[in-house]
Design a protein around this ligand. Structure first.
Ligand SMILES: Cc1ncc(COP(=O)(O)O)c(C=O)c1O
Length: 357
C-alpha cells in the first residue's frame, strides 16, 4: 500500500501536549483521546480541504440531522507499536472500504480513499507517541461521518462531517464473558442496515444488552430476526463456534458486519489446517453439541477485543458451560493475529502497513 501523502491537509498543531497527564497503565477503553483530530466537511456537493487540529469540542446546530435521524456511520481500527518503536496499521484499506459501504447504505456521500488514508497516516505520525508498545496496548482509531445540516425535517442531509479521533487503549474485555442467546430482540433485519456500521445499530442494542447485563451476562448473542434459530453475532463482534475440531461461523449477510478480524481469522485458521465452515449455525446444533460434549469453544472476534472467549451461554433460562481448554483455537488464533499486528512474525498476507515516522 502506498503511504506517501498526496492530499493537502491544513494542519494546526497543539501548543502543549496533554500526554504527560495520561496514566497509560489505567486507561478506561475509549475515554482518553490523543492531541489531534482529523476533520473534513462535505458542503456544496463536495468534500472540502481536510484539516487536522487539536482535539476539541464541536460546534453544531441543535437541529443538525445527525441528532434527529441518526444519519451517521463509523469505523473501528487500531495502530500498534512494535518493540523497535515502529508503528503499524492492520488492513486499513478494509476499514476505508467498509466506511463507504456503510455510508452508501445511509445515503451519505462516499469519502475519497486518498483523503481517508492520507488523513489517517498524517494523524498517526503526529500522535505516534500516544501509541505504546507491549501486548494489548494499541491506539484505537475511530473514523466517523455524521449529518451536519440543520433542519428538523426527515430527509437526507446535504452537509456532512468526516472525522478521525484516536484513543490509546489497553485490552477491551476484562474477566470472563458470559452471554445470553437472543430469543426476543434482534440487532438487524433482512433489508436493514446490520451489515453497515451505522450508529443506530449500536443504540438499538443497548436496551436488550442492558436486560442481559441485569441477568448477569455481559453480552447478547444475536440470532436471525425471522426465526431466532440461527446464531449471528456476539455483542459487537462476529462469533465463532468450535464443534469437535471444526470452526463454524455464519456467512456475512444483510444482517451481519463483514468483520476484518473475522475474515483474517478464517484465513489464518484455514492456513493452520483447521477445518472452517462458513454457514448458518443453528441454535439447536450448538445446544446439542453442548449436551453431547462436542462443543469446545465459542469466541467473539473484533478489532476492539481481538478474540473474546465465552465461558458460558444461556438459552431458555438454562446455562451451558464451555470447557476450559489448554491451547484453545481462540488462544492459537489470537497469538497468530496479534503476532502479525505487532510485527512479531512474518506477514505472508501483506496485512500489516507501516506508518513511516
Ligand atoms: C456488529 C459488529 N460485528 C463485528 C465487528 C467486528 O468487526 P472488525 O473485526 O472489523 O472490528 C464489529 C466491530 O467493528 C461490530 O460492530
Amino acid at each position: 500500500m502506498n503511504t506517501n501523502i498526496s492530499t493537502k491537509i491544513d494542519i494546526e498543531k497543539i501548543v502543549n501536549s496533554r500526554i504527560s497527564e495520561v496514566d497509560f497503565e489505567n486507561l478506561v477503553f475509549g475515554s482518553t483521546f490523543t492531541d489531534h483530530m482529523f476533520e473534513c466537511d462535505f458542503v456544496d456537493g463536495e468534500w472540502q480541504t481536510p484539516k487536522i487540529r487539536p482535539y476539541q469540542a464541536l460546534m453544531l446546530e441543535p437541529s443538525a440531522k445527525v441528532f434527529h435521524y441518526g444519519q451517521a456511520v463509523f469505523e473501528g481500527m487500531k495502530a500498534y507499536k512494535d518493540d523497535d518503536g515502529r508503528v503499524w496499521l492492520f488492513r486499513p484499506e478494509q476499514n476505508q472500504k467498509r466506511i463507504n459501504i456503510s455510508a452508501k447504505r445511509m445515503a451519505i456521500p462516499e469519502f475519497p480513499e486518498e483523503y481517508f488514508m492520507d488523513g489517517l497516516i498524517t494523524l498517526m505520525k503526529m500522535d505516534h507517541e500516544w501509541i505504546k508498545p507491549g501486548e494489548g496496548n494499541s491506539l484505537y482509531i475511530r473514523p466517523f461521518v455524521m449529518a451536519t445540516e440543520p433542519g428538523v425535517v426527515a430527509s437526507r442531509s446535504n452537509n456532512y462531517k468526516f472525522m478521525i479521533i484516536c484513543s490509546p487503549v489497553k485490552p477491551y474485555y476484562k474477566g470472563e464473558v458470559r452471554v445470553e442467546i437472543a430469543q426476543k430482540y434482534s440487532r438487524a433485519a433482512d433489508g436493514g442496515v446490520g451489515f453497515a456500521k451505522a450508529a443506530g445499530n449500536y443504540g438499538a442494542q443497548f436496551y436488550p444488552t442492558k436486560l442481559a447485563i441485569e441477568k448477569g451476562y455481559q453480552q447478547v448473542i444475536w440470532t436471525d430476526s425471522n426465526t431466532h434459530q440461527y446464531l449471528e453475532e456476539a455483542g459487537t463482534m462476529n462469533v465463532f463456534f468450535r464443534v469437535n475440531d471444526t470452526l463454524l461461523t455464519a456467512p456475512t449477510s444483510d444482517r451481519i458486519l463483514d468483520g476484518v478480524t473475522r475474515k483474517s481469522l478464517i484465513q489464518l485458521a484455514q492456513d493452520m489446517g483447521i477445518s472452517v465452515e462458513v454457514r448458518p449455525v443453528a441454535v439447536k446444533e450448538i445446544l446439542e453439541a453442548s449436551n453431547n460434549g462436542t462443543l469446545k469453544e465459542i469466541f467473539g472476534a473484533g478489532t476492539a477485543a481481538v478474540i473474546s472467549p465465552i465461558v458460558s451461554f444461556a438459552y431458555d433460562e438454562k446455562e451451558y458451560d464451555l470447557p476450559r481448554l489448554e491451547n484453545s483455537y481462540a488462544q492459537q488464533l489470537k497469538k497468530r493475529v496479534t503476532d502479525i499486528q505487532y510485527n512479531r512474525s512474518e506477514d505472508p498476507y501483506g496485512w500489516r502497513v507501516e506508518v513511516k515516522l
